[in-house]
Each structure stands twice: as structure tokens, then as C-alpha cells.
Design a protein around this ligand. Structure first.
Ligand SMILES: *Cc1c(COP(=O)(O)O)cnc(C)c1O
Length: 380
């Protein structure tokens, strides 16, 4: 296996899912988002672990992602959270993925694919746009769309859902925006019931709302980022303790490699492209076979400390496509030592993906899901 690996601490993944499951009523289903290859952690393995820990549903963003789960023998219901093209719908139906439907035209395209497959009463979830401005019908259109769905024997209404835009924000205005979104969703559900139509599984909570708004859990919650061990919006754990919703989340991924060369660097020598760093004194340079084509963004160079044997060292110069350099100063570091770029404490990392995200103005999601294909996932 390549020296550069994404280590997946499966015990932390199990722990996080158990922590989430404990905070959700037993009558509320758990849908674990495994889209984007489980936020970079490996969809099949994470899906298997999620199901073993009591998940009822899985969620993906692309038909191909759902097909990958089916090819691995996963039989649990799989929600397709994004819209797909009609050209993908035969594959959608062949793999029994459950699409979100927000308009009659799209519902019609799904229904045609269902008929082509010789299936009937294929479950879809009616998506309502209550203020995310992304997909779904407006609340006032929900009843009519539900009628169209149940009128065709190709489709059935398996559920209704919406998605919150600011549920991870503690600001009072954002809290009330989420309240309004939930109220609109509830009205849409009521309007469907008023037609004598069973709305099915009603769900709206992402990670943040799963943690903070138990009153919104409904029939199912759809957490993603907390499953992988990061607090929504990078809030500290103390925030959740403070609101009486303490939860212990443990980062699941570590990005690790090994020191492939240890070289004396003489005072006055510069390191890497652009010569942005020059040694002011003799030092020891380590070379790591990891770069931005692995998902180690160039902007990490100025903030990252690389963990080696319990100590941490700065990156020097620009991160290259496939390599980067680290400054060991006067320390003696053995060639082939493990070097950890980010991860949970127990990985030997000097920072987590969250701390790296905070320091570079992004979110943990972007960092773990950007780890590219050529980095093997190693399940511990
Ligand atoms: C990605 C996604 C989720 C999970 O979001 P997190 O913030 O990771 O919890 C839930 N619902 C929908 C519709 C999504 O697209």
C-alpha cells in the first residue's frame, strides 16, 4: 500500500453513530448521509458500519453512489438527495434508490423509468423548499404534487422532507428562520394529509438540527458531518454542553504518510516552487510523499503542523502536487517515520481537520471530502 493513507478509525465512527442514536427517539429513523464517498471516508465501509449501528436509511447525492452501495450488497433504503438527469433514471430505478421529487415534470420522468422497469408503486419522497432555495416545491404546491404522485400507479409517496439553511447558527434571527422553515414544512405535511394522502416518513434534520432541535426530529433525521466526528459549523463541544445537549464526537479520519527522505539543508537554501522559504540556519528537512493532488491544499502550508513521534513540525515552502517538505530543525527523525497531517488525537496528529478548516476559512466537510482517490482508505 502507498505510504500516504487516510486512516479510518472505525471505532470512532461506531462511537459517533451510537452517540447520535442515543439522542434520537427509538421511533425516529436514522438516515446516515454517505454521499461524496461518506465525506471522503469510504461509502461502502461506512454504510456497513452505520447499518450495523442501527441506521435505517442511507443518503447519497449521485445515482452512481447509490449503485456502488447496491453493488456491494447493501439492501437498506437509499435516498437520493440531489436531482439526477433523466438519462440516469433507469439506473436509479434498477438500484431501487429513493428520489426526492419537487415538481410534476421530474415525477413524470421518474414514473416513466419505473414503467420501463416494469415496477409499480415506486416510493419517492416529496421535497418541499421551505427556505433553502435549492430543490423542492413550495409548501403551497405540496398537496397538488402529492395528488399527482399517488394518482399514477407507477409511484407512491414514501415520505416528505425539507432542508434547513441556517440550523447550525446560534444567532437568534437564524433560530427563528429555522422555526419558520419547520412551520412551513409542517403546514405542507398537514395539507397533504388533508387530501387523505399518507405523507409517509417526514424528515428535515441535518446534523445541526439533529443535535439542537429534538422537537423537529419527526419520523427520521439525516445527519452527515457529526457521524464523521465534527461538530456542525465547527462549534466547540462546550457549546453543546452549554445548551444541555452534550455529545462526544470523535474525528474518524487521519491523513498519514511516512517521511521518505531526511536531508540536511544548508543555510541559504530555498525550498520548493517559488522559493517562498529560505533556511536562515542549517536545518534538517523531511520530505513527505503527499501533496495537493491528494487533497492537501496549498493553503494549508502556512498553518499546518505535521505530527511525527509526538512532536510537531512546520511545512516549509509551497505544497507541491505530490510532495511537501517539513522542517525538523535540530531534531533527529528517522527515515520512514510516520508523519500525520491531520486526524484525531490518537493518530498522533497535531491538529484535526476541524482546526485546519478553522485556520484556513473553510469547513471540515471540504477537507475530508477532498482527499482524492489515489489515497487508499485504511480501515482500523
Ligand atoms: C448533506 C445533507 C444532509 C447532511 O448534512 P450534514 O450537515 O452533514 O448533517 C442532510 N440532508 C440533506 C438534504 C443533505 O444534502
Amino acid at each position: 500500500m502507498r505510504a500516504t493513507v487516510a486512516k479510518i478509525y472505525t471505532e470512532n465512527l461506531r462511537h459517533n453513530i451510537r452517540e447520535i442514536r442515543k439522542r434520537v427517539s427509538p421511533r425516529t429513523k436514522l438516515c446516515v448521509a454517505v454521499k461524496a464517498d461518506a465525506y471522503g471516508h469510504g461509502a461502502v465501509k461506512c454504510a456497513e458500519i452505520a447499518l450495523e449501528q442501527g441506521a435505517d436509511f442511507l443518503a447519497v447525492a449521485a445515482v452512481s453512489e447509490g449503485a456502488e452501495l447496491r453493488a456491494a450488497g447493501i439492501a437498506a433504503p437509499v435516498l437520493l438527495l440531489s436531482l439526477c438527469h433523466p438519462d440516469e433514471m433507469d439506473e436509479l430505478v434498477a438500484n431501487d434508490l429513493t428520489p426526492l421529487v419537487g415538481d410534476a415534470d421530474y415525477a413524470g420522468a421518474v414514473a416513466r423509468a419505473v414503467r420501463r422497469a416494469g415496477k409499480t408503486r415506486y416510493p419517492v419522497h416529496l421535497a418541499v423548499d421551505t427556505g433553502m432555495g435549492r430543490i423542492g416545491c413550495y409548501p403551497r404546491e405540496a398537496a397538488a404534487l402529492a395528488r399527482e404522485i399517488v394518482a399514477t400507479d407507477a409511484l407512491s409517496l414514501g415520505g416528505m422532507c425539507t432542508h434547513f439553511a441556517v440550523s447550525d447558527s446560534p444567532a437568534a434571527a437564524d433560530k427563528s428562520y429555522t422555526d419558520v422553515q419547520f412551520a412551513r414544512f409542517s403546514q405542507a405535511v398537514v395539507s397533504v394529509r388533508a387530501e387523505g394522502i399518507d405523507p409517509g416518513i417526514c424528515h428535515c434534520c441535518n446534523s445541526a438540527a439533529t443535535l439542537e432541535r429534538p422537537e423537529f426530529h419527526g419520523d427520521m433525521v439525516r445527519p452527515g458531518i457529526i457521524v464523521y466526528g465534527y461538530y456542525p459549523d465547527g462549534k466547540p463541544r462546550s457549546y453543546y454542553t452549554g445548551i444541555g445537549r452534550d455529545i462526544d464526537l470523535r474525528p474518524v479520519m487521519a491523513l498519514a504518510t511516512s517521511v521518505v527522505a531526511v536531508r540536511p539543508l544548508e543555510k541559504g537554501m530555498s525550498v520548493s516552487y517559488g522559493r517562498t522559504w529560505t533556511a536562515e540556519r542549517d536545518t534538517t528537512l523531511g520530505v513527505l510523499p503527499v501533496g495537493y493532488a491528494d487533497g492537501l491544499f496549498r493553503r494549508f502550508a502556512s498553518v499546518m503542523r505535521v505530527g511525527v513521534n509526538g512532536a510537531s513540525y512546520p511545512i516549509r515552502g509551497r505544497i507541491c502536487m505530490d510532495q511537501c517538505m517539513v522542517d525538523f530543525g535540530t531534531d533527529t527523525v528517522e527515515r520512514w517515520s510516520e508523519a500525520v497531517l491531520f486526524g484525531p488525537k490518537e493518530s498522533g496528529a497535531a491538529q484535526s481537520a476541524q482546526e485546519l478548516a478553522d485556520a484556513t476559512g473553510t469547513i471540515s466537510y471540504e477537507i475530508t471530502s477532498a482527499i482524492t482517490k489515489r489515497v487508499p482508505r485504511l480501515y482500523l
